[in-house]
Design a protein around this ligand. Structure first.
Ligand code: NAI
Length: 649
């Protein structure tokens, strides 16, 4: 039975001092269950409450905006009402938990990964919480715990073991995991994310021990809502979903692909401070065409070939609707590692109706365009001054070229002028009129321009005379020494991006790029290369890593409750990222900020994108924080034990 509003208010009062979070939420509950607001908490109460909760400050501020209520006869309308209903459900759970003394204690506390502090519990706490004797006698501060984790990771040679250790750490003690990751991003991001997450996905079935994330399978057609209803947390604000068909450069990994959703969402928290209980990793399992997985006795997914066509899209439709129905229309749905043949179609189908983006297309494009902006700055020019040749016209480069057109238009060029600066080529030659386009998607067709049908790379270079060459073709070594030398005849500082992953697929290495352009090129790669020594100078190369973009966009979407994510969002993010590159970094040859600064950079990306959402009215909140950077800082998840309350979500 739901407690009525007044009972709840009274019973919640003693919790006000220690659990402002519960109090604030309970206040919302009081108002919504009564059908109209009963009483407003004072602004002061809401402002003084701790900021460890997600979004409630905004919800509360919305509630406090009396004019809005008066306009609407004191009745909540539109999406905030929808939001409040969601918070309400969570409030009731929390209220019941605290009021019934269900806050974890004893052994249960140590098994609760959001609440435990492990050996950091003091003797007093161990006594008080009935866990004395359940932990080794030594006390470790959180800093020592982080050092212990790093000590293990640094002393184990095998990358998969490092990954598994960190994954287990997350399952055991979330705050310790996120502190370790967030404060050692440079060392640990390559393990929880690319490249090691690729290996982890390949081995996922063989290392599987416990459930993480949600599997929605083709057998769930007609009952997807039931599956989504089983997720234990109500306050989900973002999900990363993959169907596992094109995991990184590794192809179809079927249900093993859920590792990529888990990895991406770890960065939502570690880089953007998005609370872990508000995100949901999802795998859509429609089967796999990977023969070795189908024959693997330990494979965790459906053991049949991929289901395609109408049934596939029915499942996707049902999934989208079920997510929105349970978590609200502002729940972000990030698409990840879908096959090229489907990715553009899916994006077009859902982008205007749902809060969604595709990181492989739009995130990659945003990083690439940002790198081009910074490279132009380094070459003492403007992005409008360049001629671009995209080598490869697949998912990655098509997304980048499309966004570049929009960026140039945003900078004042006409569509024709923008298109005139961009050429694309694929394995069969220049993307020009007259080519057989029967298998081309709309994005590729949109990049067709007038020009001769040519397929010889050198002849194409002579025709186009690009000042920027962007490779995303997986054609190893295609940027030969002759190609690189030729680029120096078109520009004093030619821009060379070899974005194909992994390094073994790159169009050229960093060393080749600097050597054959005599140190004149501005280089960026998809995977990291070691710094290069050339003629007494050290060149540090920038890595076009999507992690610079997607966590910041997600944070902004969630903080503003943006209903949709227009293309312009990615231009705003590109500019914000480029603005974050320091002059000293540019001088060292970097077109992206150093990874060690990525968390601060992410906040700036997020606050710029949030500004854009508010300026365009793309928000479900009436309340607009003046200082968005500080606002975002305030609402970020805090993994420090001494600052965050003990809680179980
Ligand atoms: P895709 O398969 O969709 O496209 C590859 C394109 O390259 C096709 O247009 C193909 O015709 C063209 N191509 C292949 N050989 C060529 C050659 N010799 N000359 C000219 N064109 C050639 O692949 P997708 O998804 O676009 O990825 C391509 C590469 O980019 C992959 O290695 C991927 O790992 C990498 N990538 C890098 C990202 C980053 O942020 N650094 C993000 C996404 C992809």
């Amino acid at each position: 039975m739901k407690p009525n509003a007044l009972q709840l208010s009274a019973s919640i009062r003693p919790l006000l001092q220690n659990h402002h979070k519960v109090a604030a939420r309970a206040t919302c509950f009081t108002r919504t269950t009564s059908g109209k607001p009963i009483a407003f908490a004072s602004q002061q109460t809401l402002q003084s409450r701790s900021h460890h909760d997600w979004c409630s400050p905004q919800t509360a501020c919305y509630l406090l905006d009396r004019s809005k209520y008066q306009q609407n006869n004191n009745t909540l309308v539109g999406s905030p009402r929808e939001q409040l209903k969601l918070y309400t459900r969570h409030n009731v759970q929390q209220h019941r938990q605290y009021n019934s003394g269900q806050a974890p204690r004893g052994a249960r506390l140590l098994l609760d990964n959001a609440a435990t502090k492990g050996m950091a519990f003091t003797e007093e706490e161990r006594m008080d919480l009935n866990i004395l004797g359940l932990l080794p006698p030594a006390h470790r501060t959180q800093d020592v715990q982080v050092k212990a984790a790093l000590n293990f990771v640094n002393n184990i040679g095998d990358n998969l073991t490092k990954y598994i250790y960190l994954r287990n750490l997350k399952d055991y003690n979330e705050r310790m995991f996120y502190k370790t990751l967030a404060e050692n991003v440079e060392a640990l991001m390559p393990i929880v994310y690319t490249p090691v997450v690729g290996l982890a996905c390949q081995k996922f079935s063989h290392t599987y021990l416990r459930p993480r994330g949600l599997y929605v399978t083709i057998n769930d057609l007609g009952r997807v809502k039931k599956v989504i209803a089983n997720w234990p947390h109500d306050s989900v604000h973002a999900t990363v979903v993959t169907d596992g068909e094109r995991i990184l450069g590794l192809g179809d990994l079927g249900a093993n692909g859920i590792g990529i959703s888990i990895g991406k969402l770890s960065l939502y928290t570690a880089l953007a401070g998005i609370p872990p209980h508000t995100v949901l990793p999802v795998c859509l399992d429609v089967g796999t065409n990977n023969k070795s997985l189908l024959e693997d006795p330990f494979y965790i997914g459906l053991r049949h070939e991929r289901v395609d066509g109408d049934k596939y899209f029915q499942l996707l439709d049902e999934f989208m609707e079920a997510v929105v129905e349970r978590f609200g229309r502002s729940c972000l749905i990030q698409f990840e590692d879908f096959a090229n043949s489907k990715a553009f179609h899916i994006l077009e189908k859902y982008r205007g109706r749902y809060c969604t983006f595709n990181d492989d297309i739009q995130g990659t494009a945003s990083v690439c365009v940002s790198g081009l902006m910074s490279a132009a700055r380094l070459a003492s020019s403007h992005i409008k001054d360049h001629t671009f040749l995209f080598f490869g016209a697949g998912e990655a480069n098509l997304g980048s070229a499309t966004l570049l057109v929009e960026t140039l238009i945003d900078d004042g060029l006409t569509k024709e002028e923008a298109m005139d600066k961009i050429w694309m080529m694929d394995a069969d030659g220049l993307v020009v009129e007259g080519r057989d386009t029967s298998n081309w998607n709309g994005h590729k067709k949109a990049m067709i321009r007038k020009g001769p049908m040519m397929n010889n790379f050198h002849e194409i270079l002579d025709l186009v005379k690009p000042t920027a060459l962007i490779g995303a073709s997986a054609a190893t070594g295609a940027f030969t020494d002759a190609v690189l030398k030729k680029m120096t005849t078109f520009a004093e500082r030619p821009i060379i991006f070899a974005l194909s992953n992994p390094n073994s697929k790159a169009e050229c290495t960093a060393a080749q790029a600097y050597e054959h352009t005599r140190g004149r090129c501005i280089f960026a790669s998809g995977s990291p290369f070691e710094p290069v020594e050339f003629q007494g100078k050290t060149y540090t190369t920038g890595q076009g890593n999507n992690a610079y973009i997607f966590p910041g966009i997600a944070l902004a979407v969630m903080a503003a409750q943006a209903p949709i994510i227009p293309d312009k969002t990615f231009i705003v993010a590109s500019k914000a990222l480029s603005d974050q590159v320091l002059d000293s970094e540019l001088e060292a040859g970097l077109v992206y900020p150093r990874i060690s600064r990525i968390r601060e950079v992410t906040l700036h990306v997020a606050s710029n994108v949030m500004n854009y959402f508010y300026s365009e009215g793309l928000t479900n909140y009436h309340f607009e924080p003046k200082d968005k950077l500080n606002f975002l800082r305030d609402i970020q998840y805090d993994y420090n034990y001494d600052k965050s309350p003990r809680q179980s979500n």
